[in-house]
Design a protein around this ligand. Structure first.
Ligand code: HEM
Length: 208
């Protein structure tokens, strides 16, 4: 497998970005949906700090991922995919990228407008991107949660489409986003002519 994307599959770098971001989003969804119910105390503060640090990490990874996408391009659509499906896939992919930016940024605005400090894994501080404001804080909080649920809906559709292609269309849509040297679906076998006799290429002795 190559680092860069080729015409028929995603390269190692794009695959790594895709699956690391998926894993981080799953972790973030779990933390985000449960941290509000934690009892007040140092543990809750640490979990909120972790949520913010992972969110900033996703934001940085998405910036790098988009830059790599521009540099390395993307594979051509899987042969046989109807144009309407290609269009829906392109719009979905664009919206997924947009949400991957918008969700962490709305979290940053929400944090800044509440006047909370922002650190990345206790290593360095990041600046506020808005001033303190109750109105902005409320709007950003609503947007952060709403955008998350829009992401969930899109991801369900997106992953469902990938699995549908794999299980029912038998094409390479999913496998070309997975590591390893994966074969395209095997074409139907062609019957050999009855009179065929071994050619020189068939004999190992004659092809040292
Ligand atoms: C948080 C969850 C996910 C996000 C945010 C996400 C995001 C994306 C994005 C933005 C692309 C477009 C790549 C590009 O054109 O630059 C993509 C491609 C892809 N994703 Fe996901 N994805 C997620 C989960 C999944 C899951 C669970 C699966 C499989 C079950 C999956 C399978 C694929 C496949 C196969 C492609 C390549 C499609 C193609 O070659 O045209 N994704 N994903």
């Amino acid at each position: 497998m190559t680092l860069k994307n080729t015409d028929d599959r995603w390269g190692a770098v794009s695959q790594l970005f895709h699956w690391v971001i998926v894993a981080l989003i799953l972790v973030m969804a779990y933390i985000g949906l449960t941290m509000g119910d934690l009892p007040n105390g140092p543990r809750k503060i640490n979990i909120y700090a972790l949520h913010k640090s992972i969110g900033l990490t996703i934001l940085a990874l998405v910036v790098l991922r988009v830059l790599w996408r521009v540099y390395a391009g993307a594979p051509a659509p899987v042969p046989g995919t109807p144009t309407w499906q290609q269009r829906i896939a392109s719009v979905t992919h664009f919206l997924l990228y947009a949400l991957l930016f918008a969700i962490p940024l709305s979290g940053w605005v929400l944090n800044s407008s509440a006047g909370y400090p922002l650190q990345w894994f206790k290593l360095f501080n990041l600046p506020a991107i808005t001033g303190r404001s109750d109105g902005v804080h409320e709007a950003a909080e609503g947007a952060h949660e709403l955008l998350f649920w829009v992401l969930v809906a899109l991801v369900v559709a997106h992953a469902g489409a990938a699995l549908y292609h794999h299980l029912f269309q038998g094409d390479t849509t999913l496998t070309r986003m997975l590591p390893g040297r994966r074969k395209a679906p095997t074409p139907a076998p062609v019957a050999a002519p009855a009179s065929s006799s071994p050619t020189p290429q068939d004999s190992p002795d004659e092809n040292p």
